[in-house]
Design a binder for this molecule. Structure first.
Ligand SMILES: C[S@@+](CC[C@H](N)C(=O)[O-])C[C@H]1O[C@@H](n2cnc3c(N)ncnc32)[C@H](O)[C@@H]1O
Length: 208
């Protein structure tokens, strides 16, 4: 997107991005994943800063958020959580950090939105120090031939054109598994939707 249409898309996407409430399923898994992180932490696609409440006060946090309409909300969320945030524009395809310099990279509900998840994951690996952690919470494609997967396949061509550009049928677990991390530990949970459907998620940590 470019020009006025792009600006409108970014503003609409920003309006749809939550900064307060989130589903209890997310709130249940995030404290254990994000609370222990320390040192230099980069969060890709932080939205309005919904995760800032889960970090310890001593982290040095940088958000890489291409939607600049959200930057002020991120700074406010950081101030509310008691620390100063550095916010960078641009995408996670190119993180402004030297090789092996970051203790942790965090991404929640981001790999569904990016054009090329393999490229983003390669960049995440590049900036992590050996032993550093990539922490993720992502919704993923349901198993083939299930009702949920049929709905995901039917809706993705439409929904990916809306602000946010989300691909609901992306096999993000497979992308993380093939990204070359030393280890990947993950759990799964479902987020109940309407019509008896439930959106499968993965949450975990990959170690460089
Ligand atoms: C669905 S929102 C998730 C926001 C937040 N992480 C959360 O858990 O609520 C996806 C976010 O990824 C951002 N995003 C989209 N493409 C991106 C890219 N290439 N690199 C980094 N962030 C991106 C969007 O601007 C948006 O803030």
């Amino acid at each position: 997107m470019s020009g006025r249409a792009g600006g409108l898309g970014l503003r609409l996407a920003a309006r749809m991005t939550p900064d307060g409430w989130e589903p209890p399923q997310y709130a249940r898994v995030k404290p254990a994943l994000l609370g222990p992180l320390a040192g230099e932490v980069v969060e890709i696609g932080p939205g309005a800063g919904v995760n800032l409440r889960y970090y310890g006060r001593e982290v040095r946090w940088t958000g890489v958020e291409p939607n600049t309409v959200l930057h002020e909300r991120i700074r406010r969320a950081a101030a509310g959580a008691g620390f100063t945030a550095r916010v960078a524009a641009g995408g996670a395809e190119r993180i402004d950090a030297p090789d092996g310099s970051v203790d942790a990279v965090v991404g929640t509900l981001v790999l569904c939105s990016v054009a090329d998840p393999d490229r983003v994951l390669a960049e995440v690996r590049r900036v992590l120090r050996p032993g550093g952690r990539y922490v993720f919470v992502e919704h993923v494609a349901a198993p083939a031939a299930t009702r949920t997967r049929r709905a995901q396949d039917a809706l993705t061509p439409i929904l990916r054109r809306l602000p946010g550009g989300c691909r609901y049928n992306r096999d993000t677990g497979a992308a993380i598994a093939r990204a070359g991390f030393a280890s990947v530990a993950r759990d799964g949970f479902d987020l109940p939707l309407s019509f008896g459907l439930a959106l499968p998620h993965i949450a975990g940590t990959a170690v460089r």
